[in-house]
Design a protein around this ligand. Structure first.
Ligand SMILES: [Zn+2]
Length: 268
């Protein structure tokens, strides 16, 4: 019975995360075109038909309908499912990761859905996901997301006191300042949104982890460009949105940045 309830709790966590990311996907689609994110029911991007409750169950609706709209039969982009799966996994992972060493997140410890640190991490991942989607679609990172990350960074001062204020202030500048200088020297190297993203994230993560994030982001973006150039999908002059790659690097750094940077520094 306890095992069953324990499983149910993890399933609930997955569902909560999937539902929140499903909403964030709506935000990412509607914000750039100026549509309200609270008004207006969810509708098919193809035919505009309002979706029923049965079509709004995260992950399940997409699979049951075979990725097609029930009204017009048009394909629903796979990123709908991708965002919902990512949200479920992110919530479960944050719950588990941030609860390590705190007595566990199972029923025995009171059965809370998620600890405050886990919720903090999940919110950061949520902002990164929206930033990545909107930047990919429009090449813009809105300032409201920088502000959101900055607020999470201020919360981190209390939640994770092991990173001192000096550590965070170095983090604020260690990646953003070189990016800013590079952007001045090479026109269009980075957008202002990318630079601000790395500044506020540097304060949130600390200097070691944000260096790791920049490394992962540059490597991922570089590999993507080489593959796309070789495949003839992009031209040499084309500018790609860098935000999604930085977001991947920052998400990785949230969990492994300190450990990876510590390992690297120990080699020097
Ligand atoms: Zn439709």
């Amino acid at each position: 019975m306890v095992v069953f309830l324990e499983g149910l709790l993890w399933l609930l966590r997955f569902a909560v995360g999937a539902s929140i990311f499903s909403f964030l996907h709506v935000v990412a689609c509607r914000l750039p075109i100026g549509e309200s994110v609270v008004q207006g029911r969810s509708h098919c991007p193809g035919c505009g038909r309002t979706l029923s409750a049965a079509e709004l169950i995260p992950c399940i609706s997409y699979v049951v309908q075979g990725g097609k709209c029930r009204g017009c039969g048009g394909r629903i982009p796979v990123r709908y499912l991708g965002m919902e799966l990512a949200g479920g996994v992110a919530f479960v992972w944050c719950c588990w990761f941030f609860d390590q060493g705190k007595g566990g997140c199972g029923l025995a410890s009171g059965g809370e859905v998620i600890c405050i640190e886990g919720l903090w991490g999940f919110l950061y991942l949520g902002i990164l996901a929206v930033v990545a989607l909107i930047d990919r679609d429009t090449r813009i990172i809105y300032d409201r997301f920088h502000i959101g990350i900055a607020l999470l960074g201020i919360a981190a001062v209390w939640l994770f006191p092991e990173h001192g204020l000096v550590d965070r202030l170095i983090g604020l500048a260690v990646v953003s300042v070189p990016m800013f200088v590079l952007a001045l020297a090479v026109e269009g190297a980075f957008g202002g949104g990318d630079i601000k993203l790395m500044a506020v994230s540097g304060f949130l993560l600390g200097w070691r982890a944000v260096l790791f994030a920049a490394f992962v982001g540059l490597a991922a973006g570089g590999v993507y460009c080489i593959v796309m150039l070789a495949a003839g999908r992009i031209s040499r002059k084309e500018q790609i949105a860098f935000g999604p790659f930085l977001a991947v690097g920052l998400a990785a750094a949230l969990f492994w940045g300190d450990a990876a940077a510590g390992w690297y520094l120990s080699l020097l």
